[in-house]
Write a protein that binds this ligand. Structure first.
Ligand code: 1HE
Length: 260
């Protein structure tokens, strides 16, 4: 699972969080075909100790998107296969083994935003900016952006980004839903790891339901969604882990919900 432009390190007492870092800062972490396949392989082969992951980018930018130097000579058939390769790699991020937190800073553009939108939580520092320069490069998104980004910010805002080259800065990005967390400059990774460690403590079936059932329920007609919810709830609550946790609460040993 090693790739020369992807660093993987582990955090937590039980190595339960994998920090997966794009290591191509000289090219602003532009995603070459090799790097996209490398990400796919890393996500497919995470050690079983890992319960949550963080995606980070080395250097001043999270990711400049598709490596434009590889684009020029592709014909239509190769274009379809190339896009499908991205889809498969980012499917491994969104629907892989563990929840993924993106630690964003600097440019989160084009395919970089597609990668970020495949993650389950996005933490942005104040240097973050978002754009979809595909519109001005004469191309279209191809890494799942047209499916995932409208679900975060709506199709109208995404179309505006592509029609007009609009750039959203970090604060606006949080306001419209591109990130769920906004932190001071340089603190995105620490916050993302903190969240991933917290996520790793959840019952595995709860994390599974949030990754695999929730997005599908959101796409189902409400009647079917309610049925899927009922089935998922019954499966989750019947796991021994859930019974143990409920007992801990009832006997006063589990943390209460607190507003502080
Ligand atoms: C690249 C790429 C890239 C940088 N492919 N090489 N993405 C874009 O259209 C974004 C293009 N990049 C930029 O707008 C800027 O580079 C940044 C705002 C991200 C960063 O600016 P800056 O001033 O820090 O860096 P730089 O000097 O522009 O770039 C440093 C080097 O990285 C330089 O190469 P060098 O050999 O001259 O040093 C750049 O050419 C190179 N570089 N970005 C290739 N993207 C599945 S479909 C997805 C479709 C898309 O993602 S389209 C959007 C592509």
């Amino acid at each position: 699972m090693t790739h020369k432009e992807i660093a993987v390190e582990f955090r937590g007492d039980a190595q339960q969080v994998a920090v997966i870092r794009l290591m191509r800062a000289a090219k602003r972490n532009a995603l070459s075909d090799g790097l996209v396949l490398g990400l796919r392989d890393v996500f497919m082969n995470l050690p079983t100790s890992v319960r949550a992951a963080v995606v980070d980018g080395d250097g001043p930018h999270f990711c400049a998107g598709l490596d434009l130097s590889e684009l020029s000579e592709r014909d239509a058939a190769q274009g379809v296969l190339h896009s499908r390769m991205w889809h498969e790699a980012l499917r491994q991020v969104q629907f892989g083994a563990v929840p993924v937190v993106a630690a964003l800073h600097g440019a989160v553009v084009g395919g970089g935003l597609e990668l970020a939108s495949a993650c389950h939580i996005r933490v942005a520092d104040s240097t973050t900016f978002y754009a979809l320069p595909e519109g001005s490069r004469g191309i279209f998104v191809g890494g799942g952006g047209s499916v995932r980004i409208p679900r975060l910010i709506g199709a109208a805002r995404m179309a505006d980004m592509m029609f007009t080259g609009r750039v959203y800065k970090a604060e606006e990005g949080e306001r419209i839903g591109l990130s769920q967390y906004l932190v001071p400059e340089g603190q995105a990774l620490d916050k993302a790891v903190e969240l991933a460690l917290r996520i790793a403590e959840n019952a595995p079936m709860t994390n599974y339901a949030l990754m695999h059932a929730l997005p599908r329920i959101a796409e189902q007609p409400s009647d079917q969604g309610l049925m899927t919810e009922a089935l998922m709830a019954a499966i989750a609550q019947s796991a021994p882990e859930a019974k143990f946790r409920l007992q801990e609460f009832l006997e006063g040993r589990a943390a209460k919900v607190s507003k502080d």
